[in-house]
Design a binder for this molecule. Structure first.
Ligand code: ATP
Ligand code: MG
Length: 269
């Protein structure tokens, strides 16, 4: 079975069914946290749309509400008020089980700190979402997902036996293995050096261009945001800018360049 994580280049460019349809629509999202006497408006009336096939970055100062927004978009948290339609479904109408199912089927989520299980091989980490979804043939699909992020030869490695960039690629493979329509990432390169961040951007760009996966990620770094086509800026829980990245400023990431096996082995010694 062909899965969305098989990343063969398409000579004719990408033709994605449903491209351009609205996949995310939020209107008037709010989220308020009260700590003692202090009330924080983490989200203060956020409205925007994302179309299928978009690649966009969310930026903003620390505390501006980026993670709060991503958690709502990822169905990990409900907003205080406002409406979130994911692929046309109003998420507030779903109970916890239905929300978990939507999350499993439609969304891949990547975290800054990778969130991998310490004692589990890359292959087993990537198989987990398939296990939850009751999919058979898990190992073949997990291997395919690892191959798509350039890690076919690291399937048996545990997180401590992988570099930071490789760990994040395992996390991306895990996020992709269920063929989600939407990939959300909260500072996916925040814990990585520049070169490794570039590798992660190369993966996001390929997934977006070749598979038509909609990608939304948070970053603090303008140079990372320039790998997208649109940047939303948050400040104090509100959108203060939502603008395309001008064509001439867009960056294309260099693809993954795995160190030759003997070098990688030497590096681990
Ligand atoms: N669980 C919580 N309880 C109380 N306040 C919270 C909670 N989560 C977030 N906040 C507050 O909400 C605001 C927005 O937080 P959020 O984590 O969304 O910011 P952010 O833009 O992701 O920041 P950073 O760039 O530092 O990750 C902050 O003022 C934060 O202190
Ligand atoms: Mg954050």
């Amino acid at each position: 079975m062909a899965t969305a994580v098989a990343l063969e280049a398409s000579p004719t460019g990408s033709v994605t069914p449903g491209a351009g349809e609205v996949i995310i629509k939020v209107e008037g999202l709010t989220k308020t946290y009260t700590m003692g006497d202090v009330t924080v408006r983490a989200l203060d009336g956020v409205s925007f749309e994302v179309r299928r096939g978009e690649l966009l970055a969310i930026m903003g100062p620390s505390g501006s509400g980026k993670s709060t927004l991503m958690n709502v978009l990822g169905c990990l948290d409900q907003p205080g008020a406002g409406t979130y339609w994911l692929d046309g479904v109003e998420t507030s109408t779903l109970d916890d089980d239905a929300l978990a199912e939507v999350r499993n089927q439609k969304i891949g989520f990547v975290f800054q700190q990778f969130n991998l299980l310490a004692r589990t091989s890359a292959l087993e980490q990537v198989e987990l979402p398939l296990l939850y979804a009751g999919v058979r043939d898990r190992q073949a699909r997990a291997l395919e997902a690892l191959a798509a992020v350039g890690l076919a030869d690291r399937a048996r490695h545990r997180p401590t036996e992988l570099s930071g960039g490789q760990q994040q690629r395992v996390a991306i493979a895990r996020a992709l293995v269920n063929n989600p329509a939407l990939l959300l990432a909260d500072e996916p390169t925040g814990a990585l050096d520049t070169r490794t961040s570039e590798e992660i951007m190369a993966i996001f760009q390929r997934l977006n261009e070749e598979q038509g996966i909609t990608v939304v990620f948070v970053t603090h770094e303008p140079d990372i945001a320039r790998h997208t086509r649109r940047v939303i800026h948050l400040r104090d829980g509100q959108i203060n800018q939502d603008a395309p990245v001008p064509e001439g400023e867009r960056l294309t990431a260099r693809p993954i360049q795995e160190a030759p096996a003997h070098e990688a082995a030497a590096a681990r010694r």
